[in-house]
Write a protein that binds this ligand. Structure first.
Ligand SMILES: Nc1ncnc2c1ncn2[C@@H]1O[C@H](COP(=O)(O)OP(=O)(O)OP(=O)(O)O)[C@@H](O)[C@H]1O
Ligand SMILES: O=C(O)[C@@H](O)C(=O)CO
Length: 480
């Protein structure tokens, strides 16, 4: 079984979707699961979503090692460390320190890694990272609120975070094929090189890298290489999706904390539609409980059945405004205030009957998941590349779409939060939730597993399972 340790929540969804699309039955946990929680029978991949990207390095390392221990206790022999395809981190960590700790714990030979994820426009060439063909340091990532990326050289970025030797596997070697990459790994191990950053421009390159590392105890990178690895796993059978968007009729709300250029475009599209928008301003109100209370008051005052569609609550602002907030409050305090407020708002919305929460931004999504007490999820179909709908296995009866800041087309948030009337339920369809993953032992298959013709229909298609929610009429208190 492949075990993935992801350094943030949206990245975990991205990698889980890549594994599932490559044919591996995949389950996602938020935080390190309790010792008595075992992956469901027949699963080929487990993703543990941590919130370690922005944590202090010692904390990130401790959490990652705890995740590793859990995975090993449950039969994982091969580990993938998922970090951001734009290498989001600071010179203090956490990619280097976590890699060092995992490589030591696994006694790994040279570790191959790459942030290349061509489906998201990320490629590595000559050790440099490109975002849609633009060097990382010239991309909008240079304005990231917490981890501005101002260097495009991956060896330089990684060397700032580790004392271990780092080299690049150049594209010519990757193109020469699996044996050439294996030879590079063997040679690096013999010379004591710990990390090999591999160039990769397309999915073929990633499959070559996946085959070359199919037996490696540790590999790392973004969703791209994880997909390449999954292709190398024998017996990975495609798991068809339930093509019905099961919960599209449920009342929706958008919570955006990402200040990425793409999320700002997506908010503009919502604004252009006339959606009700409420901005969270941590300078005007730095107390998270009061900030959240005002937002929920705003929500409560919306006219029921508003013709303008699902409401949007956001702190996302343009780079100049962001810098002004950070000058006023300090970047860490601003983020902490907003993340706590966002969690409170998510819980408040759920208690008011919102059952489709669309969150933009990894840290923002982490706050939502934590506040809702969600510990595990099944991966549904993709709302956009790298962004699955996920169905919590415990906690409130809702569905979530946790969007990486940079992902999705400009109209993605508009589509994902479209009003119920735009998505009539298929006749006779009753949305349902998958089995409870928080129960201690093994579980039956989740609904995304292909129902073989003779197999019983998945939940929601036949007799209601114990957790089947009521049909999606507008719950009490929920806005459109
Ligand atoms: N108006 C604001 N002022 C200061 N900080 C903000 C503001 N709005 C959001 N933030 C902070 O910026 C950070 C955005 O990070 P988040 O991970 O949510 O988005 P992202 O980095 O764009 O997404 P991803 O991690 O998926 O790429 C959060 O810590 C958030 O609290
Ligand atoms: O790799 C990416 O870009 C995303 O999965 C991510 O990590 C966003 O936080």
């Amino acid at each position: 079984m492949l075990g993935v340790i992801a350094d943030d929540v949206t990245g975990a969804g991205d990698v889980a979707l890549a594994l599932r699309e490559s044919g591996l039955r995949t389950v996602l946990y938020f935080g390190v699961p309790g010792a008595d929680v075992a992956p469901p029978d027949g699963h080929e991949a487990v993703v543990v979503a941590l919130k370690s990207r922005m944590a202090a390095p010692a904390h990130a390392v401790a959490e990652s090692l705890a995740a590793l221990e859990h995975l090993r206790e449950h039969g994982v022999r091969q580990v993938y460390f998922k970090f951001c395809s734009t290498f989001d981190s600071t010179p203090d960590g956490n990619i280097g320190p976590v890699l060092d700790a995992l490589a030591d714990a696994l006694d790994a030979p040279a570790v191959l890694l790459t942030p290349s994820s061509p489906q998201h426009g990320r490629t590595q060439y000559e050790g440099r990272l490109f975002v849609n063909g633009v060097p990382l340091a010239e991309s909008p990532m240079r304005h990231h609120p917490v981890t501005p990326m101002t260097d495009s050289s991956l060896p330089r970025l990684l060397r700032a975070q580790t004392d271990q030797p780092v080299e690049v596997v150049r594209w010519g070697t990757v193109r020469a094929g699996v044996e050439a990459v294996r030879a590079a790994l063997t040679d690096a191990t013999a010379r004591g090189v710990r990390y090999l950053l591999a160039d990769a421009l397309d999915e073929d390159d990633l499959r070559t890298l996946g085959l070359a590392t199919a037996d490696a105890p540790l590999t790392a990178g973004a969703a791209g290489l994880a997909g390449g690895l999954a292709h190398a796993v024998p017996g990975g059978a495609p798991a068809p999706y339930d093509e019905v968007e099961p919960l599209a009729t449920w009342p929706a709300a958008v919570l955006a904390g990402s200040c990425s250029a793409r999320t700002l475009q997506q908010l503009d599209a919502l604004r252009a539609q006339g959606r009700p928008l409420h901005r969270l301003d941590p300078v005007a109100e730095p107390d998270p409980a009061t900030l959240a209370g005002h937002a929920l008051d705003w929500y409560d005052a919306l006219p029921p059945g508003s013709p303008h569609g699902a409401p949007v609550l956001h702190s996302s602002v343009e780079p100049d405004e962001l810098r002004a907030v950070q000058r006023a409050l300090g970047a860490e305090r601003a983020a902490a205030v907003l993340e706590e407020a966002t969690g409170r708002i998510a819980a408040g919305l759920a208690s008011r009957g919102v059952r489709r929460i669309i969150a933009a931004g990894g840290e923002t999504s982490g706050s939502v998941v934590t506040a809702l007490g969600i510990t595990g999820a099944w991966i549904g179909r993709a709302g956009a590349p790298g962004v699955p709908w996920i169905h919590p296995t415990s906690g409130p009866d809702i569905t979530l779409l946790l969007k990486s800041g940079n992902f999705g087309a400009p109209d993605f948030l508009v589509r994902a939060s479209a009003a119920p009337r735009d998505h009539p339920l298929p006749q006779g369809h009753s949305p349902s939730r998958p089995p409870d993953l928080s129960a201690p032992t093994h579980h039956s298959s989740p609904p995304h597993h292909a129902p073989a013709p003779a197999a019983p229909a998945p939940p929601g298609r036949s007799a209601p399972p114990p957790h089947t929610p009521s049909p999606p009429s507008r719950p009490q208190g929920a806005r459109p």
